[in-house]
Design a protein around this ligand. Structure first.
Ligand code: ADP
Length: 476
């Protein structure tokens, strides 16, 4: 049978360039798809931070024309291989992406939307230029949500894409690329197309909305989140449109890269261990306590958090109350300044209990997963969440708020969860976990080893994606 050709189009790709879980998904899913016989390529902007030497970047095309902003822009196409695989990654080179950051801050209002609208067009031109015709273009989040619309409008009569179908995966509905109508002009969108016309009535354009309405199929990253976003509470004003697309939508739980996140082979941690040698985890705790400057105490429970510091992640539930608990905390993350400041103030107030590391550091993240006894993830909402799965893989017992993918992955056999979004309830749940840690060591070890043995690989979910691709390829 003919192999299905899938072009993944995304703003992030772990380990080449990672901001959050989106990058992890785009870095791991293609590897699992290859095992299932899908021919997969990835398209990514060539950001200034990408180390061309490290990835042996090769130029494969020069000066491809892209009509954008009333001009003809030129892109170069570079090629690298996704580490640990043979998957080719196309890097789209243009001045828009020469800065090091993936998402630019402190810029004029619609600059990021402009960059990614351009990227969406550039990828279609690149694909045509190279002559690699995808059966499916798999778009991820608002950054690449214009691709389905473009295929239905500007590229509608383009024979090259006549058989190409689109899938939009929503990783986070809270970010939609809602911006000024100028973008519609720049990307030369067809203002007569019903979704563009409807969108522009308020003078704005919403890229995620365009993706939801125009992709052939839509999915999100966990079954529970797929249901939650149909409600007013979590639909972020798009619930009405998600309901319209309900029969073409599904929820597929993310996996994690179990090769990368494996305490028995992880070179970034102090001492490797498995569920059969859990005692060796303690060496990692002592090393981390030393590294961050907390008192070294092997019997004190260590609670870790690795997260973007945003309101989504439940950080406003962290207050003085938790300092009364019999444990230590290490928080790693960056994000909204107010949270960075509040957590830093707690660390100053309780230096022996509370530690905060304001930075992005993949190695330190891994050391926290390996060192912590408990992993805290009190998210307000969570499309899937990878942190809790990585934590379980490292024998760190998750304490989570039961929402979205957290509800789908953390049950009483592997962790603790609470429903009400309140600091008091969070502390009560943490206290219950700490009691088991202290008083029922056997139950604790069982929680740890059950979590470590759970299958968080991409194997099952990749099959679900492959099914969607097949369904797409059969759409006439
Ligand atoms: P989201 O995609 O919403 O940020 P996820 O839990 O799905 O959240 O994925 C977050 C990923 O990013 C995890 O792999 C986590 O370990 C990693 N991560 C988040 N913040 C940091 C940080 N400051 N340093 C290193 N890794 C981080």
């Amino acid at each position: 049978m003919k192999k299905i050709k899938v072009l993944m189009v995304a703003a992030e790709l772990t380990p080449v360039v990672k901001v959050g879980g989106l990058g992890d998904v785009v870095g791991a899913l293609p590897k699992a798809l290859v095992q299932l016989g899908c021919e997969t390529k990835i398209a990514l902007p060539y950001y200034g931070s990408i180390d061309s030497k490290k990835y042996h970047a090769k130029n494969i095309a020069k000066s491809i024309s892209v009509a954008f902003g009333g001009k003809i822009e030129k892109i170069d196409l570079w090629s690298i291989v996704l580490p640990g695989s043979q998957v080719e990654v196309w890097l789209v080179k243009h001045a828009y992406f020469s800065p090091k950051e993936v998402y630019l801050c402190n810029i004029k209002e619609y600059r990021n939307e402009e960059r990614f609208a351009f990227f969406s067009l550039a990828v279609l031109e690149a694909s045509k230029h190279i002559g690699w015709r995808p059966d499916v273009i798999h778009c991820h989040d608002w950054h690449t949500s214009l691709v389905p619309l473009l295929l239905k409008t500007s590229y509608k009569t383009e024979p090259f894409f006549a058989q190409t179908r689109t899938l939009l995966t929503i990783h986070n509905l809270a970010m939609q690329g809602q911006t000024k109508a100028e973008i519609a002009e720049m990307a030369n969108l067809d203002k007569k197309h019903p979704t563009v016309k409807a969108d522009l009535t308020d003078g704005n354009i919403n890229l995620m909305y365009q993706g939801i309405m125009n992709a052939d199929l839509v999915n999100t990253v966990s079954p529970t989140y797929a249901k939650e976003i149909l409600t007013k509470d979590q639909g972020a004003n798009l619930e009405k449109y998600l309901k319209i697309r309900k029969k073409d939508s599904s929820g597929i739980l993310n996996g994690i890269d179990t090769g990368l996140f494996d305490p028995s082979s992880d070179k970034l941690i102090k001492k490797r261990y498995s569920s059969a040698s859990l005692r060796d985890k303690t060496a990692n705790k002592l090393a981390l306590q030393k590294e961050v400057g907390l008192p070294q105490a092997e019997n004190t429970a260590l609670v870790g958090t690795v997260s973007r510091f945003t309101s989504q992640k439940g950080l406003d539930l962290i207050d003085d109350r938790i300092a009364a608990l019999p444990c230590q905390f290490v928080f790693l993350g960056t994000g909204q300044k107010e949270f960075e400041d509040e957590l830093t103030a707690l660390a100053k107030k309780y230096p022996d209990k509370f530690n905060v590391q304001v930075k992005f550091d993949a190695g330190l993240a891994q050391r926290i997963y390996a060192a912590s006894d408990i992993f805290l993830m009190p998210s307000l909402f969570e499309p899937c969440g990878l942190g809790q799965m990585i934590a379980m893989r490292y024998g760190s017992v998750p304490v989570v708020r039961a929402t979205g993918g957290l509800a789908d992955t953390v049950d009483a056999r592997v962790g603790f969860s609470f429903k009400k979004y309140s600091s008091k309830v969070l502390c009560g749940t943490l206290k219950a976990a700490l009691d088991v840690y202290k008083d029922r060591p056997k139950t604790w070890s069982k929680l740890q080893s059950t979590g470590m043995k759970r299958d968080f690989s991409w194997t099952k979910s990749a099959k679900d994606y492959a099914k969607l691709y097949k369904k797409l390829a059969s759409i006439k």
